[in-house]
Design a protein around this ligand. Structure first.
Ligand code: CTP
Ligand code: MG
Length: 230
């Protein structure tokens, strides 16, 4: 089984205030940290990074310096995250059967999460890393609580999200024909009725969305360098 990792890094960082994927964390662009873990992973055969079209050339030059024998391709992303992912799949090796999608903005993914999300695809159409909700979740409409959801059933989705490539392509095609936009690829797979397994994630695998998250990432990066991460 051949696995293609897709790292969407083509967002505009609206909530962050800049293209966070290129901001330096411990002296290296954010997406480098994420890419490095996939380069080191024993479970990944090739990597495709999707970046804004203006950054394709410079990113390609940068990754050449670190690719350590594993094939890395750089493509232009699209308007929506799912478009960036689709552009990545389009250049993936024709004999890869699984895709493992991971946000560039989650630089603290672990080899264990990559391995467990890939393994979980053996008995399902896909697998998503998530963490069980610690808080009670309210479903709201117009600022009023409509319903309190059963916390035992609530998971907060992270990445990696791994899928059988042929099924994800079907889901992306279906989304295109039905004009569906998902905040993640799992939502598009779910809309097709595919089975998606949940894999317990890690609180350090948080996504850098706002400046507050950057402060946390800076702390985790320093602690990792000191070997004192919890
Ligand atoms: N992403 C992408 N292509 C897009 C949109 C998002 O590749 N058209 C990537 C981002 O670069 C990021 C990941 O998807 O690594 C998760 O997205 P998010 O945190 O929402 O990043 P942005 O879309 O950049 O941020 P915002 O939504 O605040 O604009
Ligand atoms: Mg976004």
């Amino acid at each position: 089984m051949k696995v293609s990792a897709i790292i969407p890094a083509a967002g505009s960082g609206e909530r962050f205030g800049e293209e966070k994927q290129f901001k330096l964390l411990s002296g290296r662009p954010l997406f480098f940290h994420t890419l490095k873990l996939f380069l080191q992973s024993d479970y990944i055969d090739e990597i495709i990074v999707a970046v804004p079209s203006a950054n394709v050339g410079s990113t390609h030059r940068d990754v050449l310096s670190m690719s350590a024998g594993k094939p890395v391709k750089v493509v232009a992303g699209g308007t929506r995250r799912q478009d960036s992912v689709k552009n990545g799949i389009d250049v993936s090796a024709s004999d890869s059967t699984l895709v493992c999608i991971h946000d560039a903005a989650r630089p603290f993914v672990t080899e264990d999460l990559i391995q467990r999300s890939i393994s979980a695809c053996e008995f399902a159409d896909g697998a998503v890393v998530g963490i069980p909700s610690k808080d009670t979740v309210k479903f709201s409409e117009n600022g009023l609580v409509k319903e309190t959801l059963d916390r035992e059933k609530i998971w907060l989705a992270q990445t990696p999200q791994c899928f059988h490539k042929n099924k994800l392509l079907q889901a992306l095609y279906y989304a295109e024909t039905k004009n569906l936009t998902g905040t993640d690829e799992s939502a598009l797979m779910e809309a097709m009725g595919f089975s998606i397994k949940l894999v317990e994630g890690d609180s350090n695998n948080f996504k850098i969305t706002t400046k507050d998250d950057w402060i946390r990432a800076d702390i985790v990066a320093v602690r990792q360098a000191q070997g004192t991460v919890l």
